[in-house]
Design a protein around this ligand. Structure first.
Ligand SMILES: O=C(O)CCC(=O)C(=O)O
Length: 263
């Protein structure tokens, strides 16, 4: 992965504070992501056939990835530049708590505009970032195959104020076209939505969840199998410190537990 100088990471963090998101262009190697794609395709088919995805709209599936094989890749989840930005905006010593995918298929529709989490405190001004999503697609994302659409700057607005700004056209939705290798880091409070995939190819988007060191999200977790755990670097083990250790990866027949996703 390309090294990014500290001053450039500072600039990304400043952009993140303003917009609620940044995109690193061509950050991950295409070959790595092609291997993820090849491993994901049978998983997608099997989970849809078994009815064990979390359905996020018509023909739109959320699927947790097994933390094994190509998916347990430290070059991805311990990427120094990404963690450098995560730590600048969400504090030192973050936790990693989610490794999953969002995949709209042909026949998917517009989601209602939403944020992925409620505020930390009711009736208080919105806080600094505490829950981040690092997204990267397993294909190019075009206007045809269901680009993620997001507003800029709504991550630090109260939910009602953000919705009012959207309804009054004071903020607009921007479709994020991405090339294979691009990485988006976003605050999940920004108003956004999934859009229709009008092609016959799935559009898988990986989501890695990182949170502030003290933040617990009961709706997601990563099962870390013992053999994978034994090979983890100290950095990876620290990121995954709150995640359960298991004998082996979860059966693909297990349904997704993460159901409520829109606030
Ligand atoms: O996959 C996408 O483009 C967006 C999905 C999303 O926002 C969600 O399901 O919360």
């Amino acid at each position: 992965m390309p090294d990014i100088a500290a001053s450039e990471l500072d600039a990304y963090a400043a952009q993140f504070e303003r917009d609620g998101m940044v995109v690193l262009k061509r950050h991950f190697r295409a070959e790595t992501l092609q291997a993820w794609r090849a491993a994901f395709e049978p998983l997608l088919r099997g989970r849809i056939a078994a009815g064990t995805t979390a359905v996020r709209g018509d023909n739109r599936h959320y699927i947790t990835l097994p933390f094994a094989g190509v998916f347990a890749d430290e070059s991805i989840f311990c990427d120094p530049a990404i963690l450098g930005i995560v730590e600048r905006v969400a504090g030192e010593d973050p936790v990693m708590c989610q490794l999953a995918t969002d995949t709209p298929l042909d026949g998917s529709t517009y989601q209602d505009i939403h944020r992925d989490t409620p505020p930390l405190f009711d009736d208080q001004p919105e806080t600094p970032s505490f829950q981040l999503a690092v997204n990267f697609p397993l294909c190019d994302v075009t206007l045809e195959n269901g680009p993620f659409e997001t507003t800029l700057g709504t991550h630090r607005m109260r939910p009602d104020d953000a919705m009012t700004a959207w309804r009054e056209n004071r903020v607009e939705l921007k479709a994020i076209e991405m090339e294979l290798g691009d990485v988006m880091i976003r605050d999940v409070r920004a108003l956004h939505r999934g859009t229709p995939n009008r092609t016959d190819q799935p559009r898988p988007m990986v989501v890695i969840g990182y949170s502030r060191s003290w933040y617990y999200r009961p709706e997601v977790h990563i099962d870390v199998p013992a053999d994978v755990d034994a090979r983890l670097s100290a950095r990876a083990r620290r990121l995954l410190r709150s995640m359960p250790r298991v004998d082996s990866v979860q059966s693909p027949d297990a349904p997704e537990a993460y159901r409520k996703f829109a606030y």
